[in-house]
Design a protein around this ligand. Sequence first.
Ligand code: ZN
Length: 125
Amino acid sequence: MWLNKPYNASPSASGAFGHEVYHVIQADQSGSFLTEAIGLQAASTLTEYYFGEPFAFDPYSFDPSASILPQFLHGNVEAQGAIVQSMIADSAAHGYPRGKVSSQYQETYDEILRRCRECKKKKKY
Ligand SMILES: [Zn+2]
């Protein structure tokens, strides 16, 4: 599974790749992915245009110092992508072996694996 592959690229490149791969999974799991993603980009662009960057809506925001799983479960598609990106970059930066994440990401990692297994049952990949 993609989440268990070793990290051969830099932590930031590994994280960025994981972010985009997770969007593919989101798109596969939800028919409304594209609508939500476009809406978030529109909201971000419009609030930045009208209110300036400090007041712009940031669809990627989450608090890495707070509990991650609730933020993942309730986050929009970009916040979830940002969490996956941060989790993978963190694992790569620590040089963890495949499938190991820092403890603050463990519940989220388990939830992503659960979702992937659910998806795998329905489809064949
Ligand atoms: Zn994204």
